[in-house]
Ligand binder design. Structure first.
Ligand SMILES: N[C@@H](CCC(=O)N[C@@H](CS)C(=O)NCC(=O)O)C(=O)O
Length: 202
């Protein structure tokens, strides 16, 4: 474990999993602050005005939104490894996958759950329907094993963490490629540890 000043603000059984998994992949020591989800305290709203978790604070800098947290931590603590360098060709795909979960998958799922009719051709919305999103992901992971091929990156933490939640709650349609990617990721010690903390109260 490497000492760090990073403080994750989190709540059990939430998207805090993403931030915790990222911290575990980096091998950082941290002490998290639990945020009550019922009545968000004013001191947390000062950290993240949306009141949502997770957020992290590092040397006084606040970072919220899961993709930003993954990007920040990977650049700061694993640049060139979990984060491809700016001069690497893979950086572009890495950035695109990093935002894919919240830019495409989450809106697609929300629209489906709300049964919002999707106009033919889908013009005007910034995302595909859920089947389209699943296809894009499954194609990107064939042959895999990771989004960037042989290289595991922080984008796998971002996509993998939301995938794990989506498959667990069955919000996402079962797909063999996504299921085996999920199993591969779930076998990682960092993922297991974060999972135990987030869902098991560890
Ligand atoms: N876009 C945010 C979503 C964060 C989010 O939705 N967090 C949920 C917990 S999983 C939350 O804090 N919900 C409380 C609320 O809606 O007030 C991210 O990616 O970090």
């Amino acid at each position: 474990m490497i000492g760090s000043d990073v403080v994750p603000y989190r709540a059990p059984a939430t998207r805090s999993f993403t931030a915790l998994w990222m911290l575990e992949e980096l091998g950082l020591a941290y002490r998290s602050v639990i945020v009550p989800m019922k009545d968000r305290p004013a001191d947390y709203l000062a950290v993240n005005p949306s009141g949502m978790v997770p957020s992290i604070v590092d040397r006084g800098a606040v970072v919220s939104e899961c993709p930003a947290i993954c990007l920040y931590l990977a650049d700061r603590f694993s640049y060139g490894d979990l984060a491809p360098r700016i001069e690497e060709r893979e950086r572009g795909a890495y950035l695109a996958w990093m935002v894919f979960a919240t830019a495409q998958r989450e809106p697609a799922r929300a629209v489906r759950d709300l049964a919002v009719p999707i106009k033919p051709g889908n013009w005007g919305m910034g995302w595909r329907d859920l089947d389209g999103v699943v296809k894009v992901l499954a194609d990107a992971l064939s042959p895999g094993p990771f989004l960037l091929g042989e290289r595991f990156t922080a984008a796998d933490v971002m996509i993998g963490s939301t995938l794990a939640m989506g498959l667990h709650t069955q919000e996402l349609p079962a797909h063999p490629v996504l299921a085996s990617y999920n199993e591969r990721l779930a076998a990682r010690p960092a993922c297991r540890k974060a999972s135990a903390i987030n869902w098991g109260g560890g």
